[in-house]
Design a binder for this molecule. Structure first.
Ligand SMILES: Cc1ncc(COP(=O)(O)O)c(C=O)c1O
Length: 369
């Protein structure tokens, strides 16, 4: 196969060092050798987000982590407040419906961040949880997590669930400072691994609230009990967890603050280039997530056909819009193993490919001066 330049918002490119680790002979999951790796990954993720509780590794995609959290921490009839600002907010809403929660849904126009005040207005003394994304990947927005967490401080019974699947390893997340109780990640985003592991970080407050899950497989109670002995309740994604150890070591070597700065710098650079080319950006600068740049709407060319051309002719993979945004926006991701050189290379391809569709400047001329 020709080269693939993966600029989709997950999976993302996997560093060679991680690939090499994952190509080693498989270990048995109940061996001391694997248990050490398992414990280290749990510890490293927990430290990365300054958690005072514990982190669990579930062998499922990110949505499995979301469902396990709802199934293990909430029960039928619980009042919850959900931020729905795109495709992934809808996932919280669907989970609430399936688990028969009493949900107050705050619908935010796609592309915009939620106003924390609208959450405050829905909170009651019996609200059991607020559920949101940190980054809503379908629109590229980053919600004001710290401000929302601040609001919840006086609501002692209300847990704060944050889907940080495209924020973990990109934005600095400090669970205690942001009053986050449940933080969900996925291996295939900025953790630079294949899909298959969801990380679920639980504050001590959340741990104290865990109940027996309605789900046999997605049970945080069962996982907590066994993972404290460094084994998962079921056969875990051994190979990916080995990859995660190396990926996390790479982030640690770079320094987490440098990793977050790198993503912020990439976001600024990419936005400046698109802006200079005269393209509309879908998010305000202050609300833009750092791992993805969303361009549109009102683009003057056939976006979906162009995305297929990019893939077939240039090996450049990006994502289009979903639902009503289909054909109206494109999403260019720069999360995880992404650096100025890789971004410049793929942006150059992007602008070259566009020349057959519209009159655009070359990438070189956009970064010149
Ligand atoms: C913010 C967000 N939440 C949830 C998901 C779903 O994760 P998965 O596809 O790993 O189940 C994604 C996937 O892109 C996401 O970006």
């Amino acid at each position: 196969m020709n080269n693939i330049y993966l600029c989709t918002p997950g999976p993302t490119p996997i560093p060679e060092r991680v690939q090499d680790e994952m190509s080693k002979p498989i270990l048995h999951h109940r061996s001391v050798e694997f248990q050490e790796i398992f414990a280290k990954v749990r510890r490293m993720i927990n430290q990365m987000v300054h958690n005072d509780g514990e982190t669990l590794l579930l062998s499922c995609s990110g949505s499995g982590g979301m469902e396990a959290s709802v199934a293990s921490l909430l029960q039928q009839g619980d009042h919850v407040v959900i931020v729905e600002s795109g495709k992934f907010g809808q996932r919280w809403v669907e989970l609430a419906r399936r688990y028969e929660l009493k949900a107050d849904v705050i619908k935010v126009p796609w592309g915009e961040a939620v106003n924390p005040q609208s959450i405050a207005e829905k909170l009651t003394s019996s609200t059991k949880a607020v559920l949101t994304q940190a980054c809503e990947t379908s629109t590229g927005v980053y919600h004001p997590i710290e401000k929302i967490g601040g609001l919840l401080q006086s609501h002692k019974d209300c847990l704060f669930f944050v889907d940080a699947i495209t924020a973990l390893g990109i934005h600095h997340i400090d669970m205690p400072k942001m009053h986050i109780d449940v933080l969900i990640g996925g291996s295939q985003k900025a953790l630079m691994c294949p899909p298959g592991v969801s990380t679920v970080c639980l504050s001590q407050r959340a741990i104290d609230r865990i109940k027996v899950s309605q789900s046999m497989y997605l049970s945080l109670e069962k996982e907590l009990k066994t993972q404290r002995k460094d084994v998962a309740a079921f056969t875990p994604a051994i190979t990916i967890i080995r990859g995660l150890r190396v990926a996390l070591e790479m982030l640690e070597e770079e320094g987490f603050e440098n990793v977050y700065r790198r993503h912020a710098d990439l976001s600024r650079r990419v936005r400046a280039v698109f802006r200079k080319a005269g393209f509309p950006l879908f998010n305000e600068d202050a609300e833009a997530a750092h791992g993805i740049t969303v361009v549109g709407p009102n683009l003057s060319w056939d976006v979906d056909t162009w995305l297929t051309t990019c893939k077939k002719q240039y090996g450049l993979w990006m994502a289009g819009g979903q639902e009503h945004l289909k054909g109206k926006i494109f999403r260019y991701a720069h999360m995880g193993h992404s650096h100025q050189e890789s971004v410049d290379f793929t942006l150059d391809l992007l602008f070259t490919s566009l020349q057959s569709y519209i009159d655009v400047p070359s990438f070189e001329s956009l970064i010149g001066e």
